[in-house]
Design a binder for this molecule. Structure first.
Ligand SMILES: [Zn+2]
Length: 59
């Protein structure tokens, strides 16, 4: 299965696409990082792949 993640542009913390999709907008989990991460920050192609295969990403 393809792993879709997003790296915080501020601190580089990697967040899984399913976390972003569940929250839509979330504060970066990185320590002392105030960046806000959005599902929409993922590439369109990655978002479409995730939505098409959402059931594979449930944990
Ligand atoms: Zn961050």
């Amino acid at each position: 299965m393809r792993v879709i993640t997003h790296s915080c542009p501020e601190c580089g913390t990697v967040v899984a696409a399913n976390e972003l999709e569940a929250n839509r907008v979330m504060k970066c989990p990185g320590l002392e990082c105030e960046a806000v991460l959005r599902f929409d920050d993922l590439d369109l192609e990655a978002r479409e792949h995730f939505v098409d295969h959402r059931e594979q990403y449930q944990i």
